[in-house]
Design a protein around this ligand. Sequence first.
Ligand SMILES: Nc1nc2c(ncn2[C@@H]2O[C@H](COP(=O)(O)OP(=O)(O)O)[C@@H](O)[C@H]2O)c(=O)[nH]1
Ligand SMILES: [Mg+2]
Length: 236
Amino acid sequence: MKPSNESYTNLTVIIPTLNEEKTISMLLEKIEGITPHANVIVSDDGSKDNTKRLVDGFEGDLSVKFLDRKNEPIHGLTISVLDAIEECKTRYFLVMDGDLQHPAESLPQFYVKLEEGYNLVAGNRVKVIGKWPIQRKLMSYVARYLGSFSLMIRRRNRVKDIMSGLFASETNIWKQTISNHGKDFILEGYKVLFDFLKIHKNKLKISHVNYVFGTRDFGESKINKKVIWKFFKSLF
Ligand SMILES: Nc1nc2c(ncn2[C@@H]2O[C@H](COP(=O)(O)OP(=O)(O)O)[C@@H](O)[C@H]2O)c(=O)[nH]1
Ligand SMILES: [Mg+2]
């Protein structure tokens, strides 16, 4: 069943950002076109470009909040997402990159599954379009399988693509996990979903949404060697 626009009032879209002035306005416009009654939290780690000005100045019906983490002691994608979840007042949330690599068009598919009663709906990259350097492809592939293996031997809940930053879930389950095990997340890391699954012991009802991972046409990837190394260490 296709949800009506009004249905999305109980959804918050969390967008972690670091210098995304080239794409953030377009992404907010897209979200407004698809889910005008959803809430949005842009969780920003002190962007040095115009990201804050563009988000604050966004005109439209969409309720958009800029979470300014500029002066926080710890920066990172994971902690930015966790902080935004703590700010969430809606039953559900969805995490989506701010660089248009995740398709905003997939929002309704995630939402329908949450409404069907799934606790966690994970994006599953079935294809990566455009050019990805061979080492990036290899790293993603290896991380995906090692991540899944790491969860399997721990007997944890698993998703098809543990490296996907696009996922949706029930806010309360996460708030509880953060409050009980917040220190077990790798706060400066970038695989928040992996950390959550590694920590969360109870059985979850999980579903997937397939999507095509777009190329980054604007701005730059922020993933660096230190972050990658931390992730690989966290597998074991
Ligand atoms: N708040 C915050 N956002 C970040 C950080 N690093 C990356 N991001 C955002 O997270 C999303 C994914 O990052 P990106 O560098 O594109 O990762 P990639 O797609 O895996 O290369 C983008 O919206 C970035 O702006 C960070 O340290 N803090
Ligand atoms: Mg990206």
